[in-house]
Design a protein around this ligand. Structure first.
Ligand code: ZN
Length: 264
């Protein structure tokens, strides 16, 4: 399950209009008798032929708005971070709620306040980590030679860790097309993460340059057929994916060294 609290801010450049969230259908409105400013409403998202289920909740307290999607695999459809997807989704769902003529006035207030509060923040800092035994440059170079004929041109670095537990999904890596920059989640440095999982993450992001995203019928296709075909060429693809399937929840916790830093 994934949550969006209204204290959460995401970089403004992730709020791209081209993000195709799928077709949203709102379910029945449920009001809370105890709080006139509250409402909850289920919705479905139809994307690439699959139905996902989510819920939006509004109340007068804090957080005033909570949007969740119950199917974690919904977020696999995007290249943006889960927070960015939820932020987009919240905007869209709230916009739809506001258009509903039967929406009680008392509920409108927290929604409008929430929307006003959404100010962009600067892009998260990137902290390059050097001298690590899991040398990203070396992995990148080796994969580039072995699978891409040395054609991939990108920089690679560790992203910055968040020192709290992830509320939902874990994002292994990202590729910034404009900057030609690959970022890998620093939690993949931990000893329990198999080397092939770290390598597949690097490899996956390299595939994004090899098989670029394109627009089809107005929506961006990133993990398209050509991409997936290339991704499967990675020799440990199945093992790595299998490990991810069974262990992803362990990556929701901050790395131990980071956890110690927080409590020290
Ligand atoms: Zn991807």
């Amino acid at each position: 399950m994934a949550f969006l609290m209204n204290s959460l801010k995401v970089p403004v450049q992730t709020l791209v209009k081209t993000l195709n969230l799928g077709t949203i259908s709102l379910g029945k409105c449920r009001l809370d008798a105890g709080d006139p400013a509250s409402l909850s409403r289920m919705f479905t998202l139809k994307k690439n032929g699959i139905d996902y289920v989510g819920q939006v909740r509004v109340r007068s307290g804090s957080p005033a708005v909570r949007v969740e999607v119950f199917n974690e695999n919904y977020f696999e459809e995007f290249d943006q971070s889960e927070a960015a997807v939820l932020e987009n989704l919240a905007g869209k769902v709230l916009g739809r709620l506001l258009k509903d003529k039967e929406l009680p006035e008392a509920v409108k207030t927290p929604i409008l306040e929430y929307i006003e509060d959404q100010e962009p923040v600067s892009e998260e800092e990137i902290v390059p980590i050097t001298g690590d035994e899991r040398d990203l440059d070396k992995i990148f170079e080796r994969l580039n030679q072995e699978y891409f004929n040395d054609k991939i041109q990108a920089r690679i670095m560790w992203g910055r860790d968040v020192k709290s537990r992830n509320k939902s999904g874990f994002r292994y890596g990202s590729y910034d097309e404009g900057k030609k920059l690959i970022r890998i989640h620093p939690r993949l440095k931990q000893d329990f993460v198999p080397q092939c999982v770290l390598e597949l993450t690097v490899y996956h992001e390299m595939c994004h340059q090899f098989a670029p995203s394109y627009k089809k019928n107005g929506t961006w296709q990133s993990h398209h057929a050509e991409f997936k075909k290339k991704e499967k060429e990675f020799k440990d693809f199945k093992d790595a994916r299998n490990w991810e399937k069974h262990n992803w929840h362990r990556l929701l916790l901050p790395s131990e060294e980071n956890a110690e830093l927080v409590t020290a």
